[in-house]
Design a protein around this ligand. Structure first.
Ligand SMILES: C[S@@+](CC[C@H](N)C(=O)[O-])C[C@H]1O[C@@H](n2cnc3c(N)ncnc32)[C@H](O)[C@@H]1O
Length: 269
């Protein structure tokens, strides 16, 4: 299938520059730091969950040709990279994000963008032109309050094709697997990581970029931690949980452990 041709370091530099053009104060800190933290294996995001995701997708779909796929919220090209590692062939991929930064960087980082469409929209107002065989929603739920999460789940149910599957995954944050002060931790790690970036890349990273990241990080608690808790809510929005996978390496933010801390819920209609 397709591949990502940008290294994570190069992607991080591009994302910093792009963030200064597109991001608002609320998302700049996140979009600026995420790829550089990923490049240095300092966060446990999609990279930590890649193997379990690939296994899940390969097991869940017997026909993996010409699938319509939606990436709901992308952060950077990490989810694309995971999809490219599956046995899916000839997919049409839509990526929706409310910020242009991860969209523009993802499409630039990919070898062949002909079957990938970036959509600059809010997932609560987006109206797709087609139904999807697969919707990937990784670590997105903490961005929504209870009412917004309900609207999002209802939308996913409307957008799934017959036999389509929604993969919702959540990284489990517990009190003992995150630094005491996540803001200070992110700032230090991002700063150090960017110091290592080749100066020729001309990356204009500013300390101020991170300020609003702190507020966002404090909202990372997840709405449910068990399948049972999720099941009831999903059912009320027209989604049935069909399977679940627990795995992933590393912890929520600091990837220095091996505890399985991710839950992927596979839901259908
Ligand atoms: C935590 S990241 C998703 C992480 C990504 N799935 C990954 O694992 O790398 C959240 C992304 O969703 C976007 N986002 C948050 N709320 C959104 C909304 N209501 N509509 C569209 N995109 C949203 C943010 O701009 C950000 O890029």
């Amino acid at each position: 299938m397709n591949k990502i041709v940008y290294s994570l370091q190069k992607l991080a530099s591009l994302q910093v520059k792009t963030a200064h053009r597109h991001c608002c104060d609320k998302c700049r800190g996140y979009h600026v730091s995420w790829p550089i933290l990923r490049a240095n294996a300092l966060v446990g995001g999609i990279d930590s969950d890649k193997d379990i995701y690939v296994q899940c997708i390969n097991q869940q779909f017997s026909n993996r040709n010409n699938m319509n796929i939606l990436i709901a919220g992308c952060a950077d090209s990490g989810i694309l990279n995971m999809l490219f590692a599956t046995d899916i062939t000839g997919a049409y991929i839509d990526i929706v994000d409310r910020c242009m930064t991860p969209l523009e960087c993802s499409i630039t980082a990919v070898a062949d963008s002909s079957d990938i469409t970036i959509i600059h929209n809010d997932l609560l107002t987006f109206v797709p032109e087609k139904k999807y065989d697969l919707i990937v929603c990784h670590s997105l739920l903490p961005f929504f309050d209870d009412e917004g999460r309900g609207r999002l789940l209802r939308n996913f149910a409307l957008w799934l094709d017959r036999g389509g599957k929604l993969l919702i995954s959540m990284r489990n944050k517990t009190e003992d697997n995150s630094p005491d002060d996540i803001g200070v931790w992110i700032e230090q790690k991002t700063q150090t990581a960017f110091e290592r970036v080749d100066t020729k890349e001309n990356t204009y990273f500013r300390r101020d970029d991170l300020v609003d990241y702190y507020t966002m990080m404090s909202r990372q608690n997840l709405p449910y931690r068990t399948v049972d808790e999720a099941e009831q809510e999903f059912r009320s929005f027209g989604l049935k949980i069909q399977d679940s996978y627990i795995g992933g390496k590393g912890l929520s933010f600091v990837s220095n452990g091996n505890n399985p801390h991710s839950l992927i819920l596979v839901a259908g209609l």
